[in-house]
Design a binder for this molecule. Sequence first.
Ligand SMILES: Cc1cc2nc3c(=O)[nH]c(=O)nc-3n(C[C@H](O)[C@H](O)[C@H](O)COP(=O)(O)OP(=O)(O)OC[C@H]3O[C@@H](n4cnc5c(N)ncnc54)[C@H](O)[C@@H]3O)c2cc1C
Length: 389
Amino acid sequence: MSTNYESLNYMNFDSLLTDEELMIRQTVRDFVTEKIDPVLMESHRTETFPKQLIPEFGKMGLLGSTIKGYDCPGIGHVAYGVLMEELERGDSGIRSFCSVQGALVMYPIYAYGSEKQKEKYLPKLAKAEMIGCFGLTEPDAGSNPGGMTTRAEKVAGGYKLNGNKMWITNGCVSDVAIVWAKLDGRIRGFIVDKGTPGFTTSTMKGKFSLRVSVTSELHFQNCVVPEENMLPNADGLKAPLGCLTQARYGIAWGVLGAANHCYHTALNYAKQRVIFDKPLAGYQLAQAKLAKMVQEITKGQLLVLQAGRMKEKGELMPHHVSLCKMNNCKIALETARDARDMLGGNGIIDEYPVIRHMLNLETVNTYEGTEDIHRLVVGEAVTGIPAYR
Ligand SMILES: Cc1cc2nc3c(=O)[nH]c(=O)nc-3n(C[C@H](O)[C@H](O)[C@H](O)COP(=O)(O)OP(=O)(O)OC[C@H]3O[C@@H](n4cnc5c(N)ncnc54)[C@H](O)[C@@H]3O)c2cc1C
């Protein structure tokens, strides 16, 4: 099935993608149109995640897509990027589900786990037979995860966890949580299975953003996890930050999907909407807004494509990813705000996707490091002087 939706191809961006990347993009695009688009309005209104889609994510190879082995697809990093873009053209909450599962749950097990942990969890997570979440943020430690107060203590046969995590995507619906806690002052990662005594979750309600996504708190009260559930190779803050770098790369691509969808909607609307006897698209002020969208989306596409090619060669560093995440979230949010404005009153109702994308992008601009935090990362990279404190 082909769709009416086309992503921006102003500078012939598509010519820079391989046949395989284009094919993956079209497959995910059709899946979003066929299966995701029809349920978004209801999911958004009722603040519920469309759980019936989860097995399809597994079948489509959308979870842990770049991991090689363990029943994962092992696709390239640019192919993964276009996949993320298409999912977020649907909704940032859908892309977040797949990002968290792949980059924040499967990646840490793959990168820092024992062989036994990889064999036990990765195939099930890839097929969506298991859902996972990533517990780093706490009520008093968001931008500064090193300030976490969740503690792990060595006890007979395992580790005892005490503390609370907040803003955790998929927390309440997860079978397994990757939890970061301080053991003797060092940040370590633990795999906590659902049902472990002392581990409970609660749902965070009332969000105006990312409503098609489950957001939760995780509570640990004398929760003892077995010794073999500690990630052996995750030692120090760089371990969770390594996972975030993976996820942020996907976000930098993903937000272009939301931006593209807003641009596409605004362009079509402006051509049809007659105001003072001529189409809105015929006014200079409207064209200036559309031209800005084309300009920024096109630059964003080229930025993440270069990041993807660097990642494929092992050259992409966290500070490069910060630039991509910071820039693309910002331009996507600005595009969504301008598109919303161009739709007038229709810009605030959910018959059009724009207000939903705009509200979602407020979260995406904040989570996984706020815009300002990434600005500080880039600032440190070019000056050599950290300015976080
Ligand atoms: C819907 C949603 C889902 C999320 N999912 C997850 C998840 O699955 N797992 C997880 O662990 N976390 C998750 N998060 C948490 C997210 O990563 C944090 O919200 C984010 O890191 C910001 O932390 P904070 O909310 O505590 O804001 P704060 O850190 O309190 O920041 C507040 C403001 O202070 C600014 N600021 C911070 N430090 C500085 C500084 N040094 N200089 C200048 N300004 C500064 C920030 O830029 C921001 O503007 C999620 C958040 C949301 C909203």
